[in-house]
Design a protein around this ligand. Structure first.
Ligand SMILES: [Zn+2]
Length: 276
């Protein structure tokens, strides 16, 4: 079994436009002629539910977790309505909210009542520090309600600095919450892996493997996984920005034991999702 814990889809109507805008951001940050280091496409499939479902068999993915992002509070309702429809054996969407939402508590209570397994935050888009009072409040409430909270960690290839969720700020959050329902994407901090080793390895927070394979050495990746604990690592690709077949090939190349590999590719996900 293979569960991809980090994917993105958009409603049909806005999918192409959204991908174009996000690729525009990458080109703005990295240069007009930016290519992925290995030449893989910046976006490998249509960014719709259909595109996701059609892409899964080739990579052997049985189930994908979709992570939507509200870039302003006013989008929350419509995104979460779309997200609620994505819930079956092959694709499950988390909900989202924005830290500036004055109704954040009510949004979280509503998501929990509707049976959502978790939420996604992307502080780099939302422009709130991970350890700001607003975000800590959201993480405390999510913890109380039993919701998982996935958040973008570290720099973002398509967004300018400052970085809103650096490993040392993520560590600060653990003064307020236990951390075992938190998932710091991109192995705890994209392109900040030394700081991950300094501040986050060994904590309760889970990491995913999304969009790291071209940017981290296999040695450091394996060291982080082993020192942190393979029971707190989730297979995630960041599809459509990375093909899960490529992520899987990277994970398979690391030299994990069969036990570690099974935990990362599906057992940890099943434990966290609790049958959702
Ligand atoms: Zn992502």
């Amino acid at each position: 079994m293979l569960i991809d814990f980090h994917t993105h889809i958009f409603p049909e109507k806005i999918a192409e436009r959204s991908v174009a805008a996000l690729i525009g951001g990458i080109r703005q940050q990295q240069g007009e002629d930016y290519q992925n280091p290995d030449g893989s496409p910046l976006c490998f499939r249509p960014a719709t539910l259909e595109g996701l479902l059609n892409s899964m068999p080739a990579a052997g993915v049985d189930r994908s977790i979709c992570l939507p992002i509200a870039t302003k509070p006013s989008q929350t309702q419509s995104i979460n309505r779309f997200a609620e429809e994505i819930r079956d054996a092959r694709a499950l969407s988390f909900g989202t909210l924005h830290p500036a939402d004055p109704e954040a508590d009510a949004v979280l209570e509503d998501l929990a009542a509707r049976g959502f397994a978790g939420i996604k935050l992307h502080l780099q888009f939302q422009q709130y520090m991970i350890d700001s009072p607003e975000v800590i409040r959201i993480l405390q409430k999510a913890e109380q309600l039993g919701l998982l909270a996935v958040f973008h960690a570290g720099a973002d290839i398509g967004l300018p600095p400052p970085v809103f969720a650096e490993p040392k700020n993520i560590r600060h959050v653990l003064d307020y919450v236990d951390g075992s329902n938190l998932i710091a994407a991109h192995l705890g901090g994209w392109e900040q892996w030394d700081a991950v080793e300094q501040y986050l390895v060994g904590t309760n927070i889970c990491f995913d493997t999304a969009f790291i394979r071209q940017f981290i050495s296999p040695e450091q990746c394996l060291r982080i996984i082993r020192n942190h604990g393979a029971d707190k690592i989730l297979f995630g690709s960041d599809s459509p920005w990375e093909n899960p077949a490529d992520t899987l090939e990277f994970v398979q190349s690391l030299g994990l034991t069969a036990e570690e590999y099974d935990k990362i590719t599906y057992q940890n996900a099943l434990r966290l999702l609790k049958g959702a």
